[in-house]
Design a protein around this ligand. Structure first.
Ligand code: ZN
Ligand code: ZN
Length: 148
């Protein structure tokens, strides 16, 4: 089996993904989330700067459990005059997690690859200011477990 990394390819978007937390190579079975901070919001530290999380089944199991309890909402409106994160703020009146109204900084979370049937194939969620650090700490814990 060749383990040579493919180098110098032009815009190779189909390159194998690796798990954000444990760095194993991903197969078809993965959980993929994209986070969009709205104005004045920042990404939790466990989430890479580009806002994407791709997780292997081992790392994803607790995350799937958590997100299953979230309340999804419709797709955020896309416009040139605002960021995607602000689009989440426009469509979400309540937090997907605690269901309090979210009028402060929001974190939009897009789910586009799932593992198992508990989650929808595609969904959008928004976290309020209070729940963003909670989600961040949760992810830190999950990542910490994989490093043991
Ligand atoms: Zn993993
Ligand atoms: Zn909340």
């Amino acid at each position: 089996m060749s383990s040579e990394p493919s180098q110098g390819s032009t815009g190779d978007v189909s390159a194998p993904l690796s798990c954000t937390f444990c760095d194993c190579q991903l197969t078809e079975q993965l959980l993929a989330l994209q986070s969009y901070p709205g104005a004045e919001a920042t990404l939790p530290t466990a989430i890479p700067d580009h806002g994407g999380l791709t997780l292997c089944p081992d790392c994803a199991s607790e995350v799937v459990e958590l997100i299953t309890s979230w309340h999804r909402h419709g797709q955020p409106p896309v416009g040139d005059d605002r960021s995607i994160g602000e689009g989440y703020r426009a469509i979400a009146s309540t937090c997907s997690f605690c269901t309090n109204s979210c009028d402060g900084p929001v974190l939009g979370v897009e789910l586009y690859r799932r593992i198992g049937d508990e989650l929808p194939a595609y969904a959008n969620y928004t976290l309020c200011e209070n729940c963003q650090p909670v989600f961040g700490e949760f992810l830190e814990n999950v990542r910490g477990q994989t490093e043991n």
